[in-house]
Design a protein around this ligand. Structure first.
Ligand code: SAH
Ligand code: SF4
Length: 341
């Protein structure tokens, strides 16, 4: 049977893996704990069983993995999927915690004007298995067990809340004690602000962190830079966010990519603070990362710091997130399947 016609093991909930209880647990251990990428690694499973399963099931969703290491230690991974489509993840080995930024789509339909992925347009949704396999392959290439990656951010290509079924299924396997056994607090889902998706996340009980890419406190500016935002007004997004607070009690992270002369005015910092008065938030200001042909310029450093100071004065805890991996096109918003020179 061709690989693509076989059942994907990573697509199955842990409870639906083949084999009786004990064998299924062994298989889960090979996939998620030891990160096996071949049937013949699974030496404690009877050979006959392995060949029988190998006929019906596949382990991996990826035909090819290309690593692009950055000077700063992060590595961009370009994955060719079984149908030839491509997607990307970025591995960041911070001192005491390994983090991976993964994609939820090939391309993205939201069309944000400052984002290289948005410029590409929409390819397709990734399956739950393809979302997970980005983590497994990165760990394999790094030569360590998948569970050593302790932090996952869904901030790569695509809008996770426009691919809710698959993203939530992938998160379930990340959290499952027989899966990647991750803590929900170490998984962050970043959204451009899809109200119905935020409601679903709040109701899901998954317990993962929410990051909201707001980029402007006013609908007019927001719609200029997120053309699809006319469907989701800030008022509606805020209602969904309030519901998320009520359900989870969790602090929300705000992401704000600073674009020169567009969303970096002092009045916007003050308006942002007004919007989140009394709510528990942390603001991440992201200096804009350039890409070829982009219709924007980044805010100069002095104005970034001023914007941050205004937010702080208004009571919003704020950090500036200087990106990693710029040299290999691995920084926020640079993911567009372009191979670095
Ligand atoms: N679609 C989701 C997640 C992927 S984008 C979302 O929009 O939240 C992840 C983050 O990268 C977003 O906050 C986005 O604003 C930021 N980003 C996109 N392009 C960027 C760029 N060129 N420079 C800096 N940040 C960028
Ligand atoms: Fe899509 Fe996020 Fe890029 Fe906007 S910033 S185009 S939502 S990936």
């Amino acid at each position: 049977m061709a690989l693509q016609d076989k059942t994907s093991l990573l697509s199955l909930p842990l409870e639906a893996l083949p084999g009786e209880g004990y064998r299924a647990r062994q298989l889960a251990g090979w996939l998620y704990q030891k990160g096996a990428r071949q049937w013949d690694e699974m030496t404690d499973l009877p050979k006959a069983l392995r060949s029988e399963w190998a006929e019906r099931f596949r382990i991996s969703e990826v035909a090819e993995v290309m690593p692009y290491p950055s000077q700063d230690g992060s590595v961009k991974y370009l994955y060719t999927l079984l149908d030839g489509q491509k997607t990307e993840a970025v591995y960041m080995p911070y001192l005491n915690r390994k983090t991976i930024c993964i994609s939820s789509m090939v391309g993205c339909p939201a069309g944000c004007t400052f984002c290289a992925t948005g410029r590409m347009g929409f390819g397709r949704n990734l399956t739950a298995a393809e979302i997970l396999d980005q983590i497994l392959w990165a760990a394999h290439h790094q030569g360590h067990a998948p569970r050593e990656i302790r932090n996952v951010v869904l901030m790569g290509m695509g809008e996770p809340l426009l691919n809710v079924e698959n993203v939530f299924a992938a998160i379930e396997r990340m959290l499952h004690p027989q899966g990647l056994a991750m803590s929900p607090r170490r998984i962050t889902l970043s959204t451009v602000g899809i109200p119905r998706g935020i409601y679903r996340l709040a109701e899901s009980g998954l317990g993962v962190r929410l990051a909201l890419s707001l980029h402007a406190p006013d609908d007019e500016t927001r719609q200029q830079i997120i053309p699809t935002a006319h469907r989701y007004r800030i008022g509606e997004i805020m209602e969904a966010v309030r519901h998320y607070y009520a359900q989870t009690g969790r602090r929300v992270t705000l992401e704000y990519t600073l674009l020169r002369g567009v969303n970096d005015h002092d009045w916007q910092a003050r308006a942002l603070a007004g919007l989140f008065k009394g709510l528990s938030v942390h603001m991440n200001l992201i200096p804009w990362n350039p890409w070829e042909g982009a219709p924007h310029q980044g805010t100069p450093k002095a104005q970034i710091l001023k914007f941050a100071a205004t937010l702080e004065q208004q009571g919003i805890p704020t950090s500036v997130r200087w990106s990693r991996g710029r040299d290999v096109g691995a920084a926020c918003g640079q993911l567009a399947l372009k191979q670095p020179a």
